[in-house]
Ligand binder design. Structure first.
Ligand SMILES: [Mn+2]
Length: 433
């Protein structure tokens, strides 16, 4: 029995640029190849969409692609029962063809009470959504239990997982799906995971995790822990140039075997870091152009799409030179018919011009959704102030993002009133009169 494991499609990422169809191309290829290879079930590990409230154009393409497994897939599996999931929550239509089971990722997570886009796909009958629940199937090779926890804020992940405390279903092949950073497997170096490999609940036959954008396999409690990585290049880091994009195909025969299937539709990507020591602008222009030409000579895999080239410039400029004199846009323009060039010069400094915008640069490098960025700044500031949490800021922030200011105000008012009451209570205890 074959199962495809796909993650982090980020549908709609790079919308409005030359790359706006890439995330769709790669998702479609993943699903079509998975079905060709005989997948009877497709597991999506979160971040199907790049944003919490995708635009209509993104929805239409996403739904068209996600209807393929229902229409063309074939499967001998039957849903036996569910744990902590009401069968009325999803449409029986979602069990046709090769069913898709999905988590929401951090890009799709919304405040409690709001519908996230993966739940909306479930409402359309295109998939079954898991968050702290289990689906148990009858398959020709026996029972199969799929347990899923969708993304939660990283700092709470360990506690939330421990509170859920999933237990393998006896007599079944048990798969646990997550969308978090785990141990040394992190999305970016600024992320501090709370789940370690040892914190994963024991007794499962296979652990699957989204969120990490490069594919990797590890071991947890003696069993495989697979990270399929994203299907689209979202970070343009070295690791994205080195590790191929694709998905896993699992084969559940007598035992478990798996294979990583590399996508063909992915754009070729060349990443190069160039370090300089007191370089002058005319010389810089020359070597950057030469580097781009050299990279275009490298072997190509995908000739259908323009390749991506990212040049990261670091080190120092000549004393009198300023970064703004270097016109990278002219180079990008010059190569536009041969490659999509990105040049980052943020780490190039001239000795006389020390950087004053360290924080902004770091934030840009993290490539978090903008509201996550704001949230992590706020949480950092609160930590610095040794804030003692009378008010949980995340739900409050969520309400503000959703423009529910009245409810946010009521929440704050409630806390203030409580504080006052406590304070008055203490005062009257102090001097009983
Ligand atoms: Mn992601």
């Amino acid at each position: 029995m074959k199962i495809a494991v796909i993650s982090d499609n980020h549908l709609g990422v790079k919308w409005g640029t030359a790359r706006e169809q890439d995330s769709f191309n790669q998702t479609k290829e993943s699903i079509e190849r998975a079905l060709e290879l005989g997948a009877e079930l497709i597991l999506e590990l979160g971040d199907i969409f790049n944003t919490r409230t995708p635009r209509q154009e993104v929805w239409a393409q996403a739904m068209r692609i996600l209807s393929i497994p229902l229409a063309r897939g074939r499967s001998e599996i039957k849903l036996d029962r569910t744990i902590d999931k009401d069968k009325d929550d999803f449409s029986p239509v979602a069990l046709r063809g090769a069913p898709v089971i999905a988590l929401h990722g951090n890009h799709e997570r919304r405040t409690r009470g709001f519908v996230n886009p993966v739940q909306a796909l479930e409402a359309a009958g295109l998939l079954i959504y898991l968050h702290h629940n289990v689906l148990i199937f009858d398959t020709p090779r026996g029972k199969l239990a799929i347990h899923g926890m969708s993304n939660v804020p990283e700092q709470h992940a360990r506690n939330v997982l421990a509170a859920w405390n999933p237990k393998p279903v006896e007599g079944a092949f048990n798969i646990l799906m997550l969308h978090q950073s785990v141990g040394q497997y992190v999305y970016s170096s600024e992320e501090f995971p709370t789940i370690d490999l040892a914190d994963l609940p024991p007794g499962f036959d296979l652990y699957l995790c989204g969120h990490i954008h490069y594919h990797a396999d590890a071991v947890a409690h003696g069993k495989p822990l697979l990270f399929p990585g994203s299907t689209e290049r979202t970070q343009l880091l070295q690791v994205e140039a080195e590790v191929p994009k694709g998905f896993y195909m699992l084969d559940l025969g007598d035992g478990l075997s798996y294979e990583f299937i590399e996508l063909k539709s992915t754009r070729d990507f060349y990443y190069e870091e160039m370090k300089f020591d007191g370089i002058r602008i005319p010389q810089l222009n020359e070597v950057v152009r030469a580097k781009a030409r050299e990279l275009l000579e490298r072997p190509r895999r995908n000739l259908e799409k323009l390749p991506l080239i990212r040049l990261r410039l670091t080190g120092t400029l000549a004393k009198e030179a300023s970064r703004s004199e270097f016109d990278e846009r002219a180079i990008i323009q010059e190569f536009a018919d041969r490659a999509l060039v990105a040049i980052s010069k943020g780490d190039l400094t001239s000795p006389g011009l020390e950087e004053k915008v360290q924080l902004l640069r770091e934030l840009r490098e993290r490539r978090l959704p903008i509201d996550e960025m704001a949230m992590s700044m706020l949480e950092g500031n609160l930590r610095d102030m040794k804030y003692n949490h009378p008010l949980d800021v995340r739900p409050l922030y969520g309400l503000l993002v959703e423009k529910r200011e009245d409810e946010a105000f009521q929440k704050v008012l409630g806390v203030v009133e409580n504080q006052i009451k406590t304070e008055l209570g203490r005062k009257s205890d102090d001097n009983p009169s």
